[in-house]
Design a protein around this ligand. Structure first.
Ligand code: HEM
Length: 536
């Protein structure tokens, strides 16, 4: 008979009570004797400071902590039974080390190593979640030149514009003069189509399938194998997004009570990996065939997958992987870097655009100025295609996007962790401490932005005195060694979208009292809202 079954209920109860008491004593002993006593609310065992945010919401709780404890404070986040502390930094001066560009910096990690990310296949691969510094550096070396490639960036104008035109066809088939749209979920689909096209160089039908469900516009496509495999891909990418949060849970929970979901997500991930690796093999063959036929492959293939193959994989010994500084650029490596773009690019772009259109409906004078600017840039010929040169001239459009990202940043906090003990703000922190740059708080601080609650895109126009010139005070794409490698592409895509949209359409709230509803997990998400658009 096992020890547990031979115990009476009272003995079991006493044993549990004793364990909890010991755990609590140990928890508070560690808490009160911790090395650097950063101010912050006293945590509870097991739950950390999680329960304090229950009523007000996580973001308001963090903001209240800033008000109460000042620019450096700590909270305890419960990874269920294991609590860890997170240090919030809310002054540009405190961010110098974590956003340092020095290769000797101790702040090269986003998060310390986590078994969930390892199980999902991201802990030692790619960039965003990679907690193996040597491997992360090599992956950055591979990906950054491609994401910054001028040909790729220029082509983003074309890809975005073509995608916009396809969406317009769906609109035309459904409505006549006034078009009603639930904008946020449309932008989620639009960004997914865009990110799949830019990464894999193939169509997906997330926007079209939305309209199919409304009126059957493209029903004939539904039976095609491209449509079906696109629907699978879209589902797998969605599961992948959800699994990123799910795999933050501790292994003991995922492998017991949540085992069904654990296996479901792993299977979906495996299917996504297989599908992308299959695409890589097919594309390699296509490119090799094009080279043999004397086709200019640099002109023809502009998506990131093809750029990877052309730069690192297809050599004179066609089909063999090349060596980059002792790093085998295998299909596995290419695939994990492509998936990064889904994580980094889809949700961020969708939310940023949803927030932008919200602010334009709310501030018609800003919208009017954008209409006028676009008219000047296109010399009143709004039926012609938008070019890369037009996008470069669209300074006010960029200022609007920047101001939107200051008012409601897609990345209100940016996380980092240290590989070795280091000091910040007079406190010493052991390796593996988690830090959050609290950018949303800095953006609303009058010390850095004059009249911070005022929506004023002019503050981002060249020469404006309104913009903060304080180093590290405005970082919508992060900074330092882990700065967003998709930042130029993202800005081009968003400006192109704005120009394509506003050159043809006027946009207003469906409900003129529409509030901006925002939810917060790792970033700010724009909740659903309806707009009405009319041809100008
Ligand atoms: C509005 C759009 C976007 C915003 C606001 C945004 C913002 C950010 C931020 C704040 C970070 C963290 C930077 C840091 O830790 O210092 C980041 C990282 C990253 N972003 Fe973006 N991003 C956007 C679009 C994109 C796009 C389109 C791509 C890909 C083409 C992308 C790929 C990545 C990757 C791979 C990382 C991780 C870099 C690393 O850890 O080394 N992002 N992004």
């Amino acid at each position: 008979m096992s020890l547990v079954t031979s115990l009476t209920i009272i003995e079991l109860f006493l044993l549990t009570l004793a364990s909890l008491t010991l755990y609590t004593a140990h928890f508070y002993f560690r808490y009160f004797t911790r090395k650097s006593k950063v101010p912050g609310p006293v945590p509870l065992p097991i739950f950390g400071t999680l329960l304090y945010s229950y009523k007000v919401g996580t973001f308001n709780f963090i903001r209240d902590c800033y008000e109460k404890y000042g620019p450096i404070f700590e909270i305890y986040v419960g990874d269920n039974l294991i609590t860890h502390r997170e240090i919030y930094l809310s002054k540009p001066e405190l961010l110098e080390k974590i956003f340092s560009n020095s290769t000797k910096s101790n702040f090269t990690l986003r998060n310390p190593s986590h078994d969930g990310m390892d199980e999902l296949g991201f802990g030692k691969n790619g960039m965003v979640m990679n907690s193996d510094v040597a491997s992360w550096k090599k992956n950055r070396m591979l990906s950054v030149p491609l994401l910054m490639n001028p040909g790729f960036l220029k082509n983003q104008v074309h890809v975005t514009q073509e995608m916009f035109k396809e969406m317009e066809i769906c609109w035309k088939s459904l409505y006549d003069d006034k078009i009603l749209l639930e904008f946020t979920s449309l932008m989620q689909r639009f960004s997914l189509d865009l990110v799949i096209a830019s990464t894999l160089g193939k169509p997906s039908f997330a926007v079209k399938s939305l309209y199919n469900s409304l009126d059957g516009t493209n029903k004939q496509n539904e039976n095609s194998s491209a449509y079906k495999s696109s629907q699978d891909l879209i589902r797998q990418v969605h599961s992948f997004f959800k699994s990123l949060l799910f795999f933050e849970q501790p292994a003991w929970l995922r492998h017991t009570l949540l085992l069904y979901y654990n296996n479901y997500y792993l299977n979906e991930m495996k299917s996504l990996n297989n599908s992308i690796e299959n695409d890589i093999k097919i594309r390699r063959e296509e490119i090799i065939m094009d080279i043999k036929n004397g086709i200019n492959v640099q002109e023809k293939w502009r998506d990131i997958m093809s750029l990877f193959l052309l730069k690192y994989s297809i050599t004179e010994n066609q089909g063999k992987t090349s060596q980059i500084q002792d790093f085998d650029v295998t299909d596995d490596v290419i695939r994990s870097n492509l998936t990064e773009v889904f994580i980094g690019g889809a949700d961020t772009t969708a939310n940023s655009l949803s927030f932008t259109i919200y602010y334009l409906c709310k501030y018609p004078h800003v919208k009017k100025r954008l209409f006028d600017d676009i008219d000047v840039i296109l010399s009143s010929n709004t039926s012609r295609d938008v070019t890369f040169e037009d996008i470069e001239k669209f300074e006010y459009g960029e200022a609007v996007i920047k101001e939107v990202n200051r008012m409601t940043p897609v990345a209100p906090v940016i996380d980092r962790s240290n590989v070795a003990e280091d000091e910040i703000g007079g406190y010493s922190f052991e390796a593996g401490t988690r830090f959050n740059a609290f950018m949303a708080q800095i953006y609303k601080n009058p010390e850095y932005f004059k009249d911070p609650e005022e929506f004023n895109p002019d503050r981002f126009m060249k020469g404006s005195e309104n913009v903060s010139h304080k180093y590290n005070s405005y970082l919508p794409f992060g900074s330092g060694l882990r700065v967003c490698p998709g930042r130029h592409g993202a800005m081009i895509v968003m400006k192109t979208f704005l120009m394509c949209f506003l050159k043809t359409y006027d946009v207003e709230f469906f409900d003129k009292n529409q509030k901006l509803n925002v939810s917060f997990d790792v970033g700010f998400h724009c909740d659903e809202y309806k707009i009405a658009i009319t041809r100008k």
